[in-house]
Ligand binder design. Structure first.
Ligand code: NAP
Ligand code: GDD
Length: 345
């Protein structure tokens, strides 16, 4: 039987690595798009290198960029994939306030570039398309759990760019009959999470404090609340979306919500690091250790011009139609992230 061919943009990112692992296990031929960088950016997929060195490798990397139409077009015309997972993005919300135009170009127009390439290469009947959508689309919505019918209200240049990507995916499905799906994924983390996202920053910072390699952790808004799952569960949902009879859009979430402060407390507990929360005269919160030394402080630099205070998802459609559910709860996620971090120190 012919092997299915998948193309993953953003293959060097957190989700790219987990999805590569899943698809290789499922015997796909996996092509990944990586962008050129001055230092090596493949640490998350290095474990598949053995696979690359093998002559009959099922894992092939291509240089490309979401901002560069010819590279996208050429890769698609060469490999004619059965499935495309568009995971590439400037994915950091805070950075999108500093680089709004770049974010729009890579995240919004980048998606359009792939959809147009599918159309021009007449791959509409062959190629299924997954778009990495986000709970940031819901941004400023109320505290109730969001589902596929909840209206969007993005609160960052990143959220706005992803909103374009969402609707252009819907539009190409409706206008040209593409099998195109939006996964509206809530936050998902793992030991492979980028270091500047809050969960990994907390795990790395508190582990170093526990091991006396760092004195303090500076953090932003302690009271933002997120619905955090594990990336391994979430890439499985991406794959499921492309295995259905009809394309559709799905919310993927755990349905449970924790604050940043809760996450800090969970990590501290896992590390057996004693922390005591206090407030100064100006009601600014901080945490000390058993010797009354300040180990966590808030810092204006990490607050955003407009914040998304609450994110909570309702994934009942995915449960019903994809038979998907989250397997790894937040306690297990924290355990895995902490134990991986300890092993690196
Ligand atoms: P990530 O770790 O930041 O990975 C992003 C990937 O995109 C990296 O491979 C990065 O390459 C690549 N990339 C960035 N700009 C690019 C460009 N101009 N051209 C080509 N590639 C580019 O993100 P992630 O957590 O795996 O998330 C995957 C996707 O899901 C993203 O689209 C993100 O916006 C979306 N999403 C994530 C979450 C979440 O909680 N993780 C939730 C909802 C949606 P480098 O390695 O070279 O930087
Ligand atoms: N990054 C960061 N650093 N965030 C902090 C910090 C800090 O020092 N202190 C507090 N926060 C708060 C942020 O203000 C935000 O409310 C929350 O922690 C989560 O921030 P991130 O971990 O950066 O993730 P995000 O929710 O903004 O975005 C992630 O999830 C989206 C899905 O909802 C990214 O992965 C996006 O790509 C993804 O779409």
């Amino acid at each position: 039987m012919l092997k299915k061919i998948a193309l993953i943009t953003g293959v060097t990112g957190q989700d790219g690595a987990y999805l590569t692992e899943l698809l290789l296990k499922k015997k796909y031929v996996v092509h990944g798009v990586k962008r050129r960088s001055s230092s090596i950016n493949t640490h998350r997929i290095d474990k598949f290198y053995k696979e690359i060195q093998n002559k009959n490798s099922n894992f092939i990397l291509h240089h490309g960029d979401m901002m560069d139409t010819p590279s996208i077009y050429n890769i698609l015309s060469k490999i004619k994939p059965n499935e495309i997972y568009n995971l590439a993005a400037q994915s950091h919300v805070a950075v999108s306030f500093e680089q709004p135009e770049y974010t729009a170009n890579a995240d919004a127009l980048g998606t359009l570039r792939i959809l147009e390439a599918i159309r021009h290469l007449k791959l509409e009947k062959k190629t299924k398309f997954y778009q990495a959508g986000t709970s940031e689309l819901f941004g400023g919505i109320s505290k109730k759990p969001s589902n596929e019918k909840t209206p969007f209200y993005p609160r960052s240049p990143y959220g706005v760019a992803k909103m374009y990507a969402h609707w252009i995916t819907v539009n190409y499905r409706e206008a040209y009959g593409l099998y195109a799906c939006n996964g509206i994924l809530f936050n998902h983390e793992s030991p492979l999470r980028g270091e500047t996202f809050v969960t990994q920053k907390i795990v790395k910072g508190l582990t170093k404090i526990k091991l006396k390699k760092q004195k303090k952790l500076y953090i932003g808004n302690l009271y933002a609340r997120r619905d955090w799952g594990h990336a391994r569960d979430y890439v499985y949902a991406m794959w499921l979306m492309l295995q259905q009879k009809k394309p559709d859009d799905y919310v993927i979430a755990t349905g449970k919500q924790y604050s940043i402060k809760d996450f800090i407390n969970l990590v501290a507990k896992e590390l057996r690091l004693k922390i005591f929360w206090k407030k100064n005269k100006n009601k600014k919160e901080f945490a000390v250790n058993e010797n009354n030394q300040i180990i966590i402080e808030t810092d204006k630099r990490y607050f955003r011009p407009s914040e998304v205070n609450h994110l909570l998802g309702d994934a009942s459609k995915a449960k019903r139609k994809l038979n998907w559910s989250t397997k790894i709860n937040i306690q297990k996620l924290v355990q895995e992230m902490v134990s991986e971090e300890i092993s690196k120190n």
